[in-house]
Each structure stands twice: as C-alpha cells, then as structure tokens.
Design a binder for this molecule. Structure first.
Ligand code: 5AD
Ligand code: SF4
Length: 451
C-alpha cells in the first residue's frame, strides 16, 4: 500500500520552497500527499532555528505527534530543515520524539531513510553539501493558491552576520544554475502562475558563470510579461545599481524591495558583522527612491542585540523613521549557539529592556504604516487577486505591485486576475479599494517588453 505523508512547515519562505522539493521526492518515490496529520503514515516537520521561539513551537508540536504515535504504532515522525542540523542528538536520543532527522541538503535521501525506519532503526542524515541545489527536481506545490509561487535560486549563506545561525544550519552558499531556474519559471508560466518570488539568503551574490542576479531577473521577467517578479532577500552591502534600473524600466518587476537593515548605528552594525555603515545604507535607500519613484521598501530589524545601548537603540529608531518603510519584520534578539555573537559577546540586554525597545520600534513602525497607507487613499493600483478575503466571502484580496494587501468586492473577479483598483480606505496593514476594471500588466503600464 502507498504510504501517506504529511508535511508541516515552519519558518522562512525558503523552508516552504524546500517542502515543495520534498513533496516532489516523496511523490516520485510512490508515496501520496495528505493535508492532515491524522491520516498520515509519515509526518514530517520542516523546521526553523532562527530564534528560540521558532524552535519552541516545533518542540511542542513534536510532543503532540508523540501522542498520536501512541495510538498508531507504525506512524513515522521526522524532523527536516534547520533544527535537524542543530539538535540531532537531542531529538533522537534524549527525547525519543522522532524517527528520522534530515538536514536541508539531504532531502534526496529521505526515501532510503524511511526504509531504515521500517527496519526498526532511527535514521539520520544531516550532511551539508557544497553543491546540492536540487536543480533537477521540479518542486510540487500542493498547498499554494495556484497564483503565487516561490522559486529557490541559491542555498546557504557565507555572510556570517554574528547573530545568525543560518550559515551553520544551511551551510555554504551555492547558486542554482540559471538554466534550471528559467526552466522552472517557464513551467510555472505554463501552469498559469502570475507572481514569482526568487528566493535566496543573499540574492545579490547569485552567480552562475557570467550570469549575475540582475541577468537572472532580466531573463526571468522576459519569459512572460504577465507574470510579475519579486525577490528576497538582498544584502545592503553590495546591491547592484543595474538591478535598480531594470526594476524601474520593466513593468513586471515589482517596485518593492526588502532590504534588511538590522540596526541603525555604525557600532551595532559592526558588532553584527554587517559590512556597511548607516551612511552607506542611507545612500543606497536614496538611490532606490530616486531610480524607482514610488518604490516600496521593507526591512528586518533586531532589537536588543548584545551590548545595545540606549543610544544605539535610538539610532535604529531614527533610521526607521528616516527611511519610512512600508513594512518591517521586527525581532527581539535571540541568542543562538555556534554563532559568533554566542562565542564572543554577551547576551546582556535584560529581557524587559529588549521587550520595551522592540515595542517602541513596532509602535513607531505601525504609526508610519498607518500614515503611509492613508496617503494611498484616492490612488490607483494594479492588484493581483490571490484569493477570498478572510473577513468576507463577498470580497477578494490581493497585493499591489508595491506589496500592499488590498481587499475589494469580488464581483466577477477570479484568482489570478489583474485588477485596476482605486484605494478608498486604509489601516496599518490593509488597503480597502473599489475595483475599476480587469486588466493586464502590459495594458496597465502601457509599455511593451522588448522580446
Ligand atoms: N535573533 C533575532 N532575530 C534574528 N534574525 C536572524 N537571527 C536572529 C537572532 N538570533 C532575524 C534577522 C534576519 C531575519 C530573517 O531574522 O533580522 O534578517
Ligand atoms: Fe543570516 Fe546574515 Fe546570511 Fe541573512 S545574510 S542568512 S542574516 S548570515
């Protein structure tokens, strides 16, 4: 009988993309996918280690699965992803929670590991690779909306920011061959996808021979002018100018850039091993705003990193105020073993102060977003319809080119339609709109892409 598998995914977009690769490997092996843990023979949890609370969530979930296992003896439970690298011994030996542990570069080995489990052994493969990019595996998207897709273009990270565990859990940086990425984009185009986000831990260092990230964006966006493209995440230290010009010129490259700042003072950036200064960051932001008028920016910020003074915290606040991000992902620092910060610095900002600073950062950002979203009222945008609004069956939701969530009346609009809308109301997180007409990228921006 075919075994049924269920995968639960935590963490970043890269993990969700990895789950689609694992889907493909398991389906090829003759297993079938199910969408609930209860009916599965094999439960896999694709995990994240970036902050402690991400790991706590997974531990709790694994304990729930252990309860399921009590009533179902031959149920196999496995841990995939970043936590696998970090805590393989604890997972298997101390906790007896899981049967298999598979790191991010070992997914091809899952079918073999499952047979080991069938033979009564615990199975582990957490080897990291210098080459694996899963370039030949066509991801299987079993849970998406059929409209937006992620495509992984590289793996690992060589940056070694001092707070970050990713270089240890996902290994060295390597780029997937451009031809294999373009093949996947063509496939998604044939399947009717309308938005693709190219993913990597550090996309500006994408390199395949002579092919740079800008070239990759150029080639990808020419495949189908009615698919729009985003990317995540670039590093401020070496953001290429030619990419800004390409975004400005090309209608289907979204006017939205996620550009993680992490902190606002030179001293903090130095301790974080982020090789740019506050001034250089501002110069980059100004260039983005000048070359791409109306560009929407988002960022990642860490509050309460090792040794953070009140002055340094204020510098982060003032940087965020000056840039006026449309969106920010804001975190309290969480110490991770093996990182440079863990080895060299002390996690010495008291929890209460970390929390207070984070709250200040979030509150300021919410005010900025509220104000910026209010400025959208009366403006027109092109929205890609993603699905039904959470609040009402009568309404659909989707995002603007600038990545803002918009809700409007369903009328006859379908998932995957591009709709011109006029913004009528706003909150800090959402825009409310009146739909004007169904249209296309080419028509709306009134510019053809040279073949
Ligand atoms: N603590 C808090 N936030 C972190 N991030 C990475 N490592 C940590 C950590 N140890 C944040 C960074 C990064 C985002 C993906 O997660 O802001 O850009
Ligand atoms: Fe972590 Fe820095 Fe690499 Fe991002 S760029 S994954 S924050 S080490």
């Amino acid at each position: 009988m075919k075994k049924k598998f269920y995968i639960e995914t935590y963490g970043c977009q890269m993990n969700f993309a990895d789950t689609e690769i694992v889907n493909s490997i398991l389906l090829d092996d003759g297993m079938t996918a199910v969408q609930d843990a209860e009916s599965a023979d094999v439960i896999l949890v694709n995990t994240c280690s970036i902050r402690e609370n991400a790991e706590t969530k997974v531990w709790n979930r694994l304990k729930e699965f252990r309860t399921l296992k009590k009533n179902k003896e031959d149920l196999t439970v496995g841990v995939l992803g970043c936590m696998a690298e970090r805590i393989k011994d604890r997972i298997i030996e101390e906790e007896h929670l899981v049967d298999i542990v598979v790191g991010p570069d070992a997914y091809r080995d899952i079918p073999r590991l499952l047979t080991e489990v069938d033979d009564g052994r615990k199975a582990v493969n957490v080897l990291l690779s210098l080459e694996e990019t899963y370039a030949d595996i066509a991801p299987v998207r079993t849970t998406g909306n059929g409209v937006t897709a992620f495509v992984s273009i590289m793996r690992g990270c060589d940056n070694m920011c001092s707070f970050c565990v990713v270089p240890f859990t996902r290994g060295r940086e390597r780029s997937r061959p451009m031809e294999s990425i373009l093949r996947e984009v063509r496939q998604l185009s044939e399947e009717g996808y309308k938005e693709i986000t190219l993913l990597g831990q550090n996309v500006n260092s994408y390199k395949d021979g002579e092919n740079t990230f800008t070239r990759l964006m150029d080639e990808s966006s020419k495949i189908n002018p009615e698919i729009r493209f985003r990317f995540s995440s670039p590093h401020p230290k070496d953001f290429p100018d030619d990419l800004l010009h390409l975004i400005a010129e090309r209608p289907n490259l979204c006017n939205y850039i996620h550009i993680p700042a992490q902190a606002g003072s030179d001293t903090m950036l130095e301790r974080m091993r982020r090789p740019y200064t506050r001034e250089q960051y501002f110069t980059l932001i100004n260039k983005m705003k000048t070359i791409i008028p109306g560009v929407s920016l988002s960022t990642d910020i860490i509050a309460g990193f090792c040794g953070e003074t009140e002055e340094e915290h204020e510098a982060t606040m003032s940087l965020m105020k000056a840039v006026e991000y449309d969106l920010a992902y804001m975190f309290a620092y969480s110490e991770r073993e093996r990182t440079l910060a863990h080895r060299k610095f002390e996690d010495d900002v008291p929890e209460a102060i970390k929390k207070r600073r984070l709250t200040e950062i979030i509150n300021q950002q919410m005010d900025i977003q509220k104000r910026r979203n209010k400025e959208e009222i009366g403006k027109r945008h092109l929205v890609l319809v993603e699905g039904t609004s959470k609040r009402s069956e009568e309404q659909v939701n989707g995002r603007t080119d600038t990545n803002k969530m918009v809700v409007f009346d369903r009328k006859d609009f379908q998932q995957g339609d591009y709709v011109e809308v006029e913004i009528t109301d706003s909150t800090s997180a959402t825009l409310i709109a009146t739909p004007i007409r169904k249209t296309t990228i080419t028509e709306y921006y009134g510019a053809a892409i040279e073949a």
